[in-house]
Design a protein around this ligand. Structure first.
Ligand code: NDP
Length: 303
């Protein structure tokens, strides 16, 4: 494994091509959607609830809808104005929980004015919780039980890491960012792969001293350029989850890619790294959810 992370002939890090890896997964998802439709008369369907007012969320939801359609998954987008009451959203979730034609329910986050999404997420049926954020799914992940559904970004990050790491045993994974959406579930997934985990956040002292010990460094902070070359161990696998729009319109991650390229063993680009995998994993979760709700063996539908 060390050998795999060491840089060999090339002085630059291997680019982990999230777009291409996502494409492979998507072709399996498209086949499974077709199988569900033709053999089981089930059209997999994703319901997305979005409250208006966050331009980035609007773009993400558009991408999700487009991707679902291209893979044969139906999508329904329920839009609400920014001043919608949480009771109205709650009613929609309840009605979709009881609707057998909707297999996945996603509440696009964040809610306006940083309202707490926790109570709403708890009302999504765990078997329809395609974002993997319901306490039952999070709890099962912590218990090392097979959760019904695992959060999409951490699942996607793991697939990207598996493309360059054969054996995770004993590797030190440092996760910068401790959110419920990314850092925490990812820590559980990597613990299950027998990594040693450190989680950093905004109060961590001497971040660089910690990150420079990482065999695997995952950064999910939303702080453009936070990770510089002198904070990275030679040969490390670097997964950049951050999405930041600069004033000039460019989208960049949390890692200074140009300089870190000279020291890391492998790195994900932004855009084209974690983003496409997150959407692919959401689609895969929708297929999983459709299988579970119809008592179909997942492995008989998707590889
Ligand atoms: P949150 O704001 O929920 O969490 C950010 C985390 O980063 C917090 O734990 C915070 O610490 C930590 N943090 C902030 N500043 C620093 C710092 N200077 N040093 C160390 N830690 C810091 O964000 P999300 O987890 O939702 O998202 C993180 C980033 O990932 C965003 O850019 C988001 O757009 C992107 N993202 C990308 C996805 C994709 O598909 N590519 C999917 C999901 C998110 P503290 O807890 O102390 O505040």
């Amino acid at each position: 494994m060390e050998a795999q992370l060491m840089k060999q002939e090339s002085p630059l890090a291997t680019i982990i091509n999230g777009k291409a890896i996502a494409k492979d997964l998507e072709s399996k998802i498209a086949l499974s959607a077709e199988k569900l439709i033709t053999e089981n008369n089930i059209t997999p369907c994703l319901g997305v609830i979005m409250v208006e007012g966050n331009p980035a969320s609007e773009i993400y939801v558009r991408h999700k809808r487009k991707k679902a359609e291209s893979l044969g998954i139906k999508s329904i987008i329920q839009l609400y104005p920014a001043d919608v009451s949480l009771d109205v959203i709650q009613e929609k979730i309840t009605s979709w929980n009881n609707d057998d034609s909707i297999h996945g329910i996603l509440l696009q986050l964040p809610l306006p004015e940083k309202q707490d999404a926790y109570p709403l997420i708890q009302t999504i049926s765990p078997s329809k919780d395609v974002d993997g954020l319901h306490s039952l799914n999070i709890g099962m992940l912590s218990w090392q039980k097979e959760p019904k559904l695992v959060a999409c970004t951490p699942s996607g990050c793991l697939v990207l890491m598996e493309s360059v790491i054969d054996d995770f045993t004993g590797l030190h994974a440092v996760i910068v960012g401790s959110s419920n959406l990314v850092g925490r579930p990812l820590a559980q997934l990597l613990l299950q792969k027998n990594c040693t985990i450190s989680i950093a956040h905004s109060k961590t002292k001497d971040l660089g001293a910690l990150t420079s010990q990482a065999d695997i460094l995952i950064v999910a902070t939303g702080r453009a350029g936070l990770i510089k070359a002198d904070m990275v161990k030679a040969g490390a696998v670097v997964i950049d989850v951050g999405i930041n729009r600069l004033d000039d319109g460019r989208i960049v991650g949390d890692v200074c890619r140009d300089e870190v390229m000279n020291i890391a063993g492998a790195i994900t680009p932004v855009p084209g790294g974690v983003g496409p995998m997150t959407i692919a994993c959401l689609m895969r979760n929708t297929i999983y959810a459709a299988c579970m709700q119809n008592d179909l063996l997942i492995s008989s539908v998707i590889e």
